[in-house]
Design a protein around this ligand. Sequence first.
Ligand code: NAP
Length: 299
Amino acid sequence: MTLDTSSSRSLGPLEPVGPLAFGHWRFVGHDLATATELVETALDLGMNLIDTADVYGLDWGGDGFGDAESLLGSVLAASPSLRDRMVLATKGGIMPPIPYDSSARYLTAALDASLSRLRVDRVDLYQIHRPDMFTHPEELAATLSRFVEQGKIGAVGVSNFTPAQTEALISYLGDTVVATQPQFSVSHLSPLRDGTLDQAMRLDLRPLAWSALGGGSLATGHGVRTELMLELDALAARESVDRTAIALAFVLAHPSRPVAIVGSQKPERLRSATAALDVSLTRDDLYTLIEASEGEPLP
Ligand code: NAP
């Protein structure tokens, strides 16, 4: 038996997206030609979900808040036709050093600032980056509903929310919420058991797995259990791919049909990531990887 990983994923009322997405956390410091090449490469490969955030730019050598969105905005201004080829996702709600703010007043200004940096009238998916425990979900739902009514966003996603926090928002906002973005990889397995992926299947939310390669550690092995690297390498040899393709295939194999967000800023690595789509992992392979990741046999 093999598990299907390759076909596109629905995202509520938005255009379907490919199983791999291009993440923009590290999309900073590129010149316009390099940035454009990266976006075009991703789109050509079927990575049509582009995942950025207003806060991206504070890390990885950027000057600061908004830099990744601004760079993507420059790409879109120079090559406007790229906008039609992508499902554009951004996030708001983190404002260092507060750190989280999902009040109506804050998010209203944050979304307008994102649209202005991205040089677009609308983003397809607007995600609340981290839960603000001091905003009532009813207030958040009202704010996000207004954004949809104004045509500024197409749908809503949550990120780093507990299932209970997601449920609370959905109780006010309904099926406008179409995605949940947890950290999920073969070295970060908590969504398998904390209810995130179960809730996604029950409520038809698309899981968007962040740091699907463990932030690069599943490529390099740094900080990753040796048994896991050995299993990834054994499966990579069997499938004639590299270990990152096996790590991505693990994420894609879950029945909630996640999208794996790939964060590489090298066109050749975006290309090689697509090898994951041809990998067939069996149930035995998947449980072997879980045991190797956790360092103990399953009961
Ligand atoms: P990732 O794909 O797990 O890691 C990307 C890193 O791995 C890059 O630094 C890349 O370096 C490196 N890498 C990839 N292949 C490699 C290889 N074969 N050898 C050595 N290094 C390799 O993704 P991520 O950037 O951590 O996260 C992906 C996306 O998830 C982000 O862009 C963002 O969209 C999203 N995210 C969301 C949250 C959230 O809170 N919602 C948090 C973090 C990330 P190169 O660029 O040199 O290839």
